[in-house]
Design a protein around this ligand. Structure first.
Ligand code: GLY
Ligand code: MN
Ligand code: MN
Length: 442
Protein backbone atom coordinates (compact mmCIF):
# COMPACT_ATOMS: atom_id res chain seq x y z
CA UNK A 1 0.00 0.00 0.00
CA UNK A 2 1.20 3.43 -0.85
CA UNK A 3 2.96 5.70 1.63
CA UNK A 4 1.37 8.72 -0.09
CA UNK A 5 -2.13 7.43 0.70
CA UNK A 6 -1.26 6.94 4.37
CA UNK A 7 0.31 10.41 4.55
CA UNK A 8 -2.93 11.87 3.15
CA UNK A 9 -4.98 9.77 5.57
CA UNK A 10 -2.93 10.91 8.56
CA UNK A 11 -3.25 14.57 7.55
CA UNK A 12 -7.02 14.12 7.23
CA UNK A 13 -7.33 12.43 10.64
CA UNK A 14 -5.16 15.08 12.34
CA UNK A 15 -7.21 17.88 10.74
CA UNK A 16 -10.46 16.21 11.83
CA UNK A 17 -9.12 15.74 15.35
CA UNK A 18 -8.05 19.39 15.53
CA UNK A 19 -11.51 20.53 14.46
CA UNK A 20 -13.15 18.22 17.00
CA UNK A 21 -10.91 19.66 19.75
CA UNK A 22 -11.35 23.29 18.71
CA UNK A 23 -15.15 23.10 18.67
CA UNK A 24 -15.30 21.49 22.10
CA UNK A 25 -12.73 23.63 23.94
CA UNK A 26 -9.87 21.10 24.18
CA UNK A 27 -6.28 21.67 23.12
CA UNK A 28 -4.94 18.12 22.81
CA UNK A 29 -6.20 14.58 22.31
CA UNK A 30 -4.79 11.51 24.05
CA UNK A 31 -5.43 8.11 22.45
CA UNK A 32 -4.29 5.10 24.50
CA UNK A 33 -3.93 1.79 22.63
CA UNK A 34 -5.02 -0.09 25.75
CA UNK A 35 -3.40 -2.83 27.76
CA UNK A 36 -3.74 -6.58 28.27
CA UNK A 37 -6.81 -7.44 30.30
CA UNK A 38 -6.84 -10.31 32.71
CA UNK A 39 -9.43 -13.05 32.15
CA UNK A 40 -9.80 -13.63 35.86
CA UNK A 41 -8.26 -12.31 39.03
CA UNK A 42 -7.71 -15.91 40.09
CA UNK A 43 -5.12 -16.74 37.44
CA UNK A 44 -2.59 -15.02 35.19
CA UNK A 45 -4.16 -15.47 31.74
CA UNK A 46 -5.03 -12.42 29.62
CA UNK A 47 -7.58 -11.95 26.84
CA UNK A 48 -5.91 -11.60 23.43
CA UNK A 49 -4.92 -7.95 22.99
CA UNK A 50 -7.12 -5.73 20.80
CA UNK A 51 -5.85 -2.21 20.23
CA UNK A 52 -8.31 0.66 20.70
CA UNK A 53 -9.79 1.77 17.35
CA UNK A 54 -9.45 5.47 18.21
CA UNK A 55 -5.65 5.10 18.37
CA UNK A 56 -5.51 2.74 15.38
CA UNK A 57 -7.32 5.36 13.30
CA UNK A 58 -4.26 7.60 13.64
CA UNK A 59 -1.58 4.88 13.48
CA UNK A 60 -2.32 1.12 13.18
CA UNK A 61 0.40 0.17 15.67
CA UNK A 62 -1.58 -2.46 17.59
CA UNK A 63 0.80 -2.30 20.54
CA UNK A 64 -0.19 -2.64 24.21
CA UNK A 65 0.58 0.22 26.60
CA UNK A 66 1.40 2.70 23.82
CA UNK A 67 -0.27 6.14 23.86
CA UNK A 68 -0.66 8.82 21.19
CA UNK A 69 -0.85 12.55 21.87
CA UNK A 70 -2.21 14.82 19.14
CA UNK A 71 -1.76 18.60 19.45
CA UNK A 72 -2.83 21.10 16.80
CA UNK A 73 0.07 22.29 14.66
CA UNK A 74 2.58 19.81 16.19
CA UNK A 75 3.84 16.44 15.00
CA UNK A 76 1.79 13.71 16.71
CA UNK A 77 3.70 12.06 19.57
CA UNK A 78 3.88 8.33 20.17
CA UNK A 79 4.77 7.03 23.62
CA UNK A 80 5.95 3.40 23.64
CA UNK A 81 7.17 0.99 26.26
CA UNK A 82 10.64 -0.50 25.76
CA UNK A 83 10.22 -4.25 25.27
CA UNK A 84 12.51 -5.66 27.92
CA UNK A 85 10.51 -8.64 29.17
CA UNK A 86 12.19 -12.01 28.66
CA UNK A 87 8.74 -13.69 28.83
CA UNK A 88 7.14 -12.16 25.77
CA UNK A 89 7.40 -9.55 23.02
CA UNK A 90 4.71 -8.08 20.79
CA UNK A 91 4.96 -8.86 17.08
CA UNK A 92 7.12 -6.30 15.25
CA UNK A 93 5.15 -3.41 13.71
CA UNK A 94 4.55 -4.35 10.07
CA UNK A 95 4.40 -0.74 8.81
CA UNK A 96 7.48 0.75 10.49
CA UNK A 97 7.79 3.46 7.82
CA UNK A 98 4.64 5.12 9.21
CA UNK A 99 6.57 6.10 12.34
CA UNK A 100 8.46 8.74 10.36
CA UNK A 101 5.47 11.06 10.76
CA UNK A 102 5.59 10.75 14.58
CA UNK A 103 7.77 11.99 17.35
CA UNK A 104 8.47 8.69 19.07
CA UNK A 105 9.49 8.44 22.74
CA UNK A 106 10.27 5.16 24.45
CA UNK A 107 10.05 4.50 28.20
CA UNK A 108 11.27 1.70 30.42
CA UNK A 109 8.34 1.82 32.80
CA UNK A 110 4.63 2.64 32.72
CA UNK A 111 4.76 5.32 35.41
CA UNK A 112 7.34 7.49 33.62
CA UNK A 113 5.50 7.04 30.34
CA UNK A 114 2.18 8.18 31.80
CA UNK A 115 3.75 11.16 33.55
CA UNK A 116 5.29 12.25 30.24
CA UNK A 117 1.94 11.85 28.44
CA UNK A 118 0.20 14.06 31.02
CA UNK A 119 2.93 16.70 30.81
CA UNK A 120 2.92 16.88 27.01
CA UNK A 121 -0.88 16.77 26.68
CA UNK A 122 -1.33 19.68 29.11
CA UNK A 123 -4.31 20.71 31.17
CA UNK A 124 -6.84 20.93 28.35
CA UNK A 125 -6.52 17.45 26.94
CA UNK A 126 -9.34 15.07 26.04
CA UNK A 127 -8.56 11.37 26.53
CA UNK A 128 -10.45 9.09 24.17
CA UNK A 129 -10.51 5.33 24.67
CA UNK A 130 -11.40 2.80 27.32
CA UNK A 131 -8.05 2.52 29.03
CA UNK A 132 -8.68 3.32 32.69
CA UNK A 133 -4.97 3.44 33.56
CA UNK A 134 -4.47 6.42 31.27
CA UNK A 135 -7.91 7.99 31.70
CA UNK A 136 -7.65 8.25 35.47
CA UNK A 137 -4.76 10.69 35.05
CA UNK A 138 -7.24 13.22 33.62
CA UNK A 139 -10.24 15.00 35.15
CA UNK A 140 -13.57 13.19 34.74
CA UNK A 141 -15.00 15.67 32.27
CA UNK A 142 -11.95 15.18 30.01
CA UNK A 143 -12.58 11.44 29.59
CA UNK A 144 -14.39 10.52 26.38
CA UNK A 145 -16.08 13.94 26.07
CA UNK A 146 -19.23 13.37 24.01
CA UNK A 147 -18.58 16.25 21.61
CA UNK A 148 -15.08 14.99 20.74
CA UNK A 149 -16.07 11.31 20.49
CA UNK A 150 -19.12 12.09 18.32
CA UNK A 151 -17.07 14.25 15.94
CA UNK A 152 -14.36 11.56 15.60
CA UNK A 153 -16.93 8.83 14.99
CA UNK A 154 -18.65 10.99 12.38
CA UNK A 155 -15.28 11.48 10.67
CA UNK A 156 -14.82 7.69 10.56
CA UNK A 157 -18.03 7.22 8.54
CA UNK A 158 -16.30 8.62 5.42
CA UNK A 159 -13.21 6.57 4.73
CA UNK A 160 -10.04 7.96 3.19
CA UNK A 161 -8.57 6.33 0.07
CA UNK A 162 -5.99 4.66 2.33
CA UNK A 163 -8.69 3.11 4.53
CA UNK A 164 -10.51 1.79 1.47
CA UNK A 165 -7.27 0.21 0.22
CA UNK A 166 -6.69 -1.35 3.65
CA UNK A 167 -10.19 -2.84 3.54
CA UNK A 168 -9.58 -4.12 -0.01
CA UNK A 169 -6.35 -5.84 1.12
CA UNK A 170 -8.22 -7.30 4.14
CA UNK A 171 -10.85 -8.56 1.70
CA UNK A 172 -8.31 -10.18 -0.62
CA UNK A 173 -6.72 -11.91 2.36
CA UNK A 174 -10.07 -13.29 3.55
CA UNK A 175 -10.92 -14.38 0.01
CA UNK A 176 -7.95 -16.76 0.02
CA UNK A 177 -9.48 -18.42 3.08
CA UNK A 178 -12.95 -18.62 1.55
CA UNK A 179 -11.48 -20.26 -1.56
CA UNK A 180 -9.55 -22.84 0.44
CA UNK A 181 -12.62 -23.70 2.53
CA UNK A 182 -14.83 -24.05 -0.56
CA UNK A 183 -12.25 -26.32 -2.21
CA UNK A 184 -12.06 -28.50 0.91
CA UNK A 185 -15.86 -28.67 1.13
CA UNK A 186 -16.27 -29.64 -2.53
CA UNK A 187 -13.49 -32.23 -2.22
CA UNK A 188 -15.29 -34.32 0.41
CA UNK A 189 -16.72 -34.62 3.90
CA UNK A 190 -15.18 -32.29 6.49
CA UNK A 191 -16.21 -31.16 9.97
CA UNK A 192 -16.91 -27.51 10.79
CA UNK A 193 -13.83 -27.39 13.01
CA UNK A 194 -11.75 -28.77 10.16
CA UNK A 195 -13.04 -26.13 7.76
CA UNK A 196 -12.41 -23.37 10.30
CA UNK A 197 -8.79 -24.55 10.62
CA UNK A 198 -8.44 -24.68 6.82
CA UNK A 199 -9.57 -21.02 6.76
CA UNK A 200 -7.06 -19.96 9.43
CA UNK A 201 -4.20 -21.74 7.65
CA UNK A 202 -5.06 -20.28 4.23
CA UNK A 203 -5.23 -16.75 5.64
CA UNK A 204 -2.19 -17.21 7.92
CA UNK A 205 -4.21 -16.08 10.92
CA UNK A 206 -4.38 -17.18 14.49
CA UNK A 207 -7.94 -17.53 15.79
CA UNK A 208 -7.54 -14.47 18.02
CA UNK A 209 -6.50 -12.30 15.06
CA UNK A 210 -9.68 -12.67 13.00
CA UNK A 211 -11.80 -9.48 13.08
CA UNK A 212 -14.64 -11.53 14.60
CA UNK A 213 -15.06 -15.20 15.44
CA UNK A 214 -15.44 -17.18 12.20
CA UNK A 215 -18.93 -18.53 11.55
CA UNK A 216 -18.66 -21.96 9.92
CA UNK A 217 -21.94 -23.81 9.56
CA UNK A 218 -22.78 -27.05 7.77
CA UNK A 219 -26.37 -27.94 6.94
CA UNK A 220 -29.00 -26.95 9.51
CA UNK A 221 -26.40 -25.09 11.59
CA UNK A 222 -26.52 -22.32 8.96
CA UNK A 223 -29.87 -21.31 10.49
CA UNK A 224 -27.94 -20.24 13.62
CA UNK A 225 -26.94 -16.71 12.60
CA UNK A 226 -23.73 -16.69 14.66
CA UNK A 227 -22.84 -20.39 14.72
CA UNK A 228 -19.43 -20.71 16.39
CA UNK A 229 -19.84 -23.98 18.32
CA UNK A 230 -18.13 -25.93 15.53
CA UNK A 231 -19.08 -29.56 15.02
CA UNK A 232 -16.13 -31.95 15.34
CA UNK A 233 -17.36 -34.69 13.03
CA UNK A 234 -17.53 -34.75 9.24
CA UNK A 235 -21.10 -34.79 7.97
CA UNK A 236 -22.95 -35.60 4.75
CA UNK A 237 -24.41 -32.08 4.60
CA UNK A 238 -24.61 -30.56 1.15
CA UNK A 239 -24.60 -26.92 2.27
CA UNK A 240 -22.00 -24.74 3.96
CA UNK A 241 -22.17 -21.13 5.16
CA UNK A 242 -18.89 -19.38 6.03
CA UNK A 243 -18.86 -15.84 7.45
CA UNK A 244 -15.22 -14.89 8.02
CA UNK A 245 -12.86 -11.95 7.56
CA UNK A 246 -9.24 -10.96 7.93
CA UNK A 247 -7.40 -7.89 9.21
CA UNK A 248 -5.05 -5.50 7.49
CA UNK A 249 -3.48 -2.50 9.24
CA UNK A 250 -6.23 -2.46 11.87
CA UNK A 251 -9.10 -2.73 9.33
CA UNK A 252 -11.14 -5.91 8.93
CA UNK A 253 -13.14 -7.50 6.14
CA UNK A 254 -16.47 -9.26 6.78
CA UNK A 255 -17.42 -11.73 4.04
CA UNK A 256 -20.03 -14.48 3.81
CA UNK A 257 -20.29 -17.19 1.20
CA UNK A 258 -22.79 -20.04 0.92
CA UNK A 259 -21.71 -23.21 -0.92
CA UNK A 260 -23.82 -26.10 -2.13
CA UNK A 261 -22.91 -29.60 -3.28
CA UNK A 262 -25.58 -29.95 -5.95
CA UNK A 263 -27.40 -33.21 -6.59
CA UNK A 264 -29.05 -34.01 -9.91
CA UNK A 265 -32.67 -33.04 -9.37
CA UNK A 266 -33.14 -33.30 -5.64
CA UNK A 267 -33.46 -30.80 -2.84
CA UNK A 268 -29.84 -29.64 -3.19
CA UNK A 269 -30.55 -28.53 -6.77
CA UNK A 270 -33.58 -26.54 -5.55
CA UNK A 271 -31.45 -25.06 -2.77
CA UNK A 272 -28.71 -24.00 -5.22
CA UNK A 273 -31.39 -22.32 -7.37
CA UNK A 274 -32.52 -20.38 -4.31
CA UNK A 275 -28.92 -19.39 -3.47
CA UNK A 276 -28.59 -18.19 -7.08
CA UNK A 277 -31.72 -16.03 -6.68
CA UNK A 278 -30.39 -14.47 -3.45
CA UNK A 279 -27.10 -13.82 -5.22
CA UNK A 280 -28.81 -11.94 -8.08
CA UNK A 281 -30.85 -9.95 -5.57
CA UNK A 282 -27.71 -9.07 -3.59
CA UNK A 283 -25.96 -7.79 -6.73
CA UNK A 284 -29.03 -5.71 -7.64
CA UNK A 285 -29.08 -4.20 -4.14
CA UNK A 286 -25.38 -3.33 -4.44
CA UNK A 287 -25.96 -1.66 -7.82
CA UNK A 288 -28.71 0.43 -6.20
CA UNK A 289 -26.40 1.57 -3.36
CA UNK A 290 -25.51 5.02 -4.66
CA UNK A 291 -25.07 8.39 -2.92
CA UNK A 292 -28.35 9.91 -1.74
CA UNK A 293 -30.05 6.53 -1.18
CA UNK A 294 -31.33 5.91 2.33
CA UNK A 295 -29.81 2.61 3.50
CA UNK A 296 -33.00 1.69 5.36
CA UNK A 297 -34.93 2.05 2.07
CA UNK A 298 -32.49 -0.46 0.58
CA UNK A 299 -33.23 -2.82 3.47
CA UNK A 300 -36.98 -2.37 2.77
CA UNK A 301 -36.38 -3.08 -0.92
CA UNK A 302 -34.59 -6.29 0.08
CA UNK A 303 -37.74 -7.47 1.91
CA UNK A 304 -39.85 -6.72 -1.17
CA UNK A 305 -37.51 -8.68 -3.44
CA UNK A 306 -37.24 -11.50 -0.92
CA UNK A 307 -41.04 -11.84 -0.92
CA UNK A 308 -40.98 -12.35 -4.69
CA UNK A 309 -38.22 -14.95 -4.33
CA UNK A 310 -40.25 -16.81 -1.68
CA UNK A 311 -43.18 -16.99 -4.09
CA UNK A 312 -41.07 -17.94 -7.12
CA UNK A 313 -39.40 -20.73 -5.18
CA UNK A 314 -42.73 -22.00 -3.81
CA UNK A 315 -41.89 -21.29 -0.19
CA UNK A 316 -44.85 -18.91 0.14
CA UNK A 317 -47.91 -17.81 -1.78
CA UNK A 318 -49.85 -14.58 -2.20
CA UNK A 319 -48.94 -11.01 -3.06
CA UNK A 320 -45.32 -10.09 -2.21
CA UNK A 321 -46.50 -6.87 -0.45
CA UNK A 322 -48.71 -8.98 1.82
CA UNK A 323 -45.78 -11.25 2.73
CA UNK A 324 -43.77 -8.21 3.81
CA UNK A 325 -46.68 -6.56 5.63
CA UNK A 326 -47.62 -9.66 7.59
CA UNK A 327 -44.04 -10.27 8.75
CA UNK A 328 -43.44 -13.47 6.74
CA UNK A 329 -40.26 -12.13 5.11
CA UNK A 330 -38.96 -11.11 8.56
CA UNK A 331 -39.29 -14.68 9.83
CA UNK A 332 -37.02 -15.81 6.97
CA UNK A 333 -34.65 -12.80 7.10
CA UNK A 334 -34.57 -11.39 10.64
CA UNK A 335 -31.30 -9.42 10.60
CA UNK A 336 -30.31 -6.14 8.98
CA UNK A 337 -29.11 -5.77 5.39
CA UNK A 338 -25.73 -4.53 6.58
CA UNK A 339 -23.58 -2.20 8.64
CA UNK A 340 -20.67 0.19 8.31
CA UNK A 341 -17.29 -1.50 8.19
CA UNK A 342 -13.86 -0.21 9.15
CA UNK A 343 -11.65 -0.49 12.21
CA UNK A 344 -14.59 -2.26 13.83
CA UNK A 345 -16.65 -4.95 12.12
CA UNK A 346 -19.82 -3.15 13.13
CA UNK A 347 -18.22 0.22 12.68
CA UNK A 348 -19.18 3.27 14.71
CA UNK A 349 -21.80 5.87 13.83
CA UNK A 350 -23.67 3.84 11.21
CA UNK A 351 -26.92 4.38 13.10
CA UNK A 352 -27.43 8.11 13.75
CA UNK A 353 -31.15 7.39 14.27
CA UNK A 354 -32.91 4.18 15.25
CA UNK A 355 -34.48 2.15 12.43
CA UNK A 356 -38.28 1.70 12.26
CA UNK A 357 -39.43 -0.85 14.88
CA UNK A 358 -39.93 -3.65 12.30
CA UNK A 359 -36.27 -3.17 11.23
CA UNK A 360 -34.92 -3.25 14.76
CA UNK A 361 -31.77 -5.23 13.99
CA UNK A 362 -30.70 -2.89 11.19
CA UNK A 363 -27.32 -1.28 12.03
CA UNK A 364 -27.14 1.24 9.19
CA UNK A 365 -29.64 4.09 8.99
CA UNK A 366 -27.44 6.58 7.14
CA UNK A 367 -28.00 8.11 3.76
CA UNK A 368 -25.35 6.64 1.46
CA UNK A 369 -22.45 9.02 0.77
CA UNK A 370 -19.11 8.94 -1.01
CA UNK A 371 -16.43 7.41 1.23
CA UNK A 372 -18.73 5.11 3.18
CA UNK A 373 -17.82 1.43 3.41
CA UNK A 374 -20.56 -1.00 4.42
CA UNK A 375 -21.67 -4.55 3.95
CA UNK A 376 -24.62 -5.76 1.89
CA UNK A 377 -25.58 -9.12 3.37
CA UNK A 378 -29.07 -10.38 2.64
CA UNK A 379 -30.00 -13.86 3.80
CA UNK A 380 -32.78 -16.40 3.97
CA UNK A 381 -32.88 -18.96 6.79
CA UNK A 382 -35.06 -21.72 8.21
CA UNK A 383 -34.99 -20.69 11.88
CA UNK A 384 -37.19 -22.92 14.00
CA UNK A 385 -37.60 -20.29 16.74
CA UNK A 386 -39.11 -17.83 14.22
CA UNK A 387 -40.98 -20.21 11.91
CA UNK A 388 -42.74 -22.21 14.62
CA UNK A 389 -44.61 -19.18 16.05
CA UNK A 390 -45.40 -18.01 12.48
CA UNK A 391 -47.03 -21.36 11.71
CA UNK A 392 -49.60 -20.67 14.44
CA UNK A 393 -50.68 -17.26 13.14
CA UNK A 394 -52.94 -16.37 10.17
CA UNK A 395 -49.82 -15.11 8.31
CA UNK A 396 -48.50 -18.68 8.53
CA UNK A 397 -51.16 -19.73 6.00
CA UNK A 398 -49.14 -17.89 3.34
CA UNK A 399 -46.17 -20.21 3.91
CA UNK A 400 -45.87 -23.43 1.93
CA UNK A 401 -44.67 -25.58 4.78
CA UNK A 402 -43.88 -28.75 2.82
CA UNK A 403 -41.22 -26.89 0.80
CA UNK A 404 -39.91 -25.28 3.99
CA UNK A 405 -39.49 -28.79 5.48
CA UNK A 406 -37.76 -30.03 2.33
CA UNK A 407 -35.18 -27.21 2.29
CA UNK A 408 -34.69 -26.83 6.07
CA UNK A 409 -31.74 -29.29 6.17
CA UNK A 410 -29.71 -26.68 4.21
CA UNK A 411 -30.11 -24.24 7.11
CA UNK A 412 -29.81 -20.91 5.38
CA UNK A 413 -28.03 -18.71 2.90
CA UNK A 414 -26.22 -15.42 3.49
CA UNK A 415 -24.17 -13.58 0.89
CA UNK A 416 -22.06 -10.72 2.19
CA UNK A 417 -19.82 -8.36 0.23
CA UNK A 418 -17.95 -5.25 1.36
CA UNK A 419 -18.87 -2.14 -0.59
CA UNK A 420 -17.03 1.20 -0.79
CA UNK A 421 -18.75 4.23 -2.30
CA UNK A 422 -16.17 5.85 -4.56
CA UNK A 423 -16.85 8.78 -6.89
CA UNK A 424 -20.60 8.28 -6.80
CA UNK A 425 -20.65 4.53 -7.41
CA UNK A 426 -20.48 1.33 -5.36
CA UNK A 427 -17.10 -0.43 -5.59
CA UNK A 428 -17.37 -4.08 -4.59
CA UNK A 429 -14.20 -4.92 -2.61
CA UNK A 430 -15.10 -8.60 -2.45
CA UNK A 431 -16.45 -10.07 -5.68
CA UNK A 432 -13.33 -10.01 -7.84
CA UNK A 433 -11.49 -11.97 -5.14
CA UNK A 434 -14.16 -14.57 -4.33
CA UNK A 435 -17.14 -15.48 -6.53
CA UNK A 436 -20.57 -16.60 -5.33
CA UNK A 437 -23.20 -17.34 -8.00
CA UNK A 438 -25.46 -20.24 -6.97
CA UNK A 439 -22.70 -21.58 -4.72
CA UNK A 440 -22.27 -24.86 -6.57
CA UNK A 441 -18.65 -24.22 -7.55
CA UNK A 442 -15.79 -21.74 -7.49
N1 GLY B 1 -19.95 -11.32 10.78
C1 GLY B 1 -20.83 -10.47 11.46
C2 GLY B 1 -21.70 -9.73 10.54
O1 GLY B 1 -21.82 -10.11 9.40
O2 GLY B 1 -22.25 -8.72 10.86
MN1 MN C 1 -21.55 -8.21 8.42
MN1 MN D 1 -20.40 -11.31 8.40
Amino acid sequence: MSTALYTEHLAHVLRGTETALATSGFEAAVFPYGSYRSKSRYDDQDFPFRAAPHAEYVLPLGEPDAVLVVRPGKAPALFRRAQTSFWEKPAPFAHGWMLESFEVRTFDDAETLLAAVVTLAGEKAAVVGEDATVARRFPNEHRDPTAVVTALHELRTRKTAWEIEALAVAGARAAAGHRAVAEAFFAGRRSELDLHLVYLAATAQDDSETPYKNIVALGRNASILHHIAYGRTATEDRSLLVDAGAPHAGYGSDITRTWVRRDRAGAAAAWADLVGAIDRMQLALIAAATPGVDYEALHDSCHQQLATILVEHRLAKGAPEALVRSGVTRAFFPHGLGHHLGLQTHDVAGKPRPPRPENRYLRNTRTIENGQVFTIEPGLYFIEALLEPLRKTPAGEQVLWAEVERLSPFGGVRIEDNIAIVEGAPRNLTRSAIPQGDGSGL
